[in-house]
Write a protein that binds this ligand. Structure first.
Ligand code: CO
Length: 151
């Protein structure tokens, strides 16, 4: 009986690590000294007027070496945003200034730092494909995930 309970708990843990499902309208996202977020899928209840992403860098490297941001856009806009972000470079925060394709973006943070961003969901469609990603030094090639309004 105990073994079965442990197995069930393990399964729950594994499933939880696959996706971050928001209980409410706030989601905690982490990244460390590797090119990945701690989730590849974020879902926000469509009932949320605003969504908040609390983003924490759990690594040790400074922003200049392993900085990360959390950027949200339509999936189709990911690559164009990254391309323009590369042009902007470090001085421009790896994002084109006032890029209208960017739905939400945090500041770039380094190891031990945290930031957050809150954005309105009014302009998001339940059927549209959205992605979140990091634009620092082309991290979005591998550092990305899907975002959706659910319900
Ligand atoms: Co990054």
């Amino acid at each position: 009986m105990k073994i079965i309970t442990r197995l069930a708990l393990t399964l729950v843990t594994v499933i939880s690590s696959q996706a971050v499902f928001a209980d409410d309208c706030t989601v905690d996202v982490e990244a460390g000294d590797a090119l990945s977020f701690n989730t590849t899928k974020i879902e926000i209840p469509a009932s949320c007027a605003n969504a908040t992403i609390n983003f924490k860098h759990t690594g040790r490297l400074p922003a200049a070496a392993m900085g990360h941001n959390w950027v949200l856009s339509k999936t189709a806009d990911l690559q164009p945003i990254q391309n323009d972000g590369n042009v902007a470079g470090a001085a421009g925060g790896y994002l084109k200034a006032d890029d209208p394709r960017v739905i939400a973006a945090t500041a770039i943070i380094g190891g031990g730092e945290s930031t957050s961003v809150t954005f309105a969901t009014a302009g998001l469609n339940a059927g549209e494909a959205y992605s979140f990603f990091c634009t620092v030094m082309s991290h979005s090639v591998v550092m990305k995930g899907t975002f959706a309004l659910k319900g």
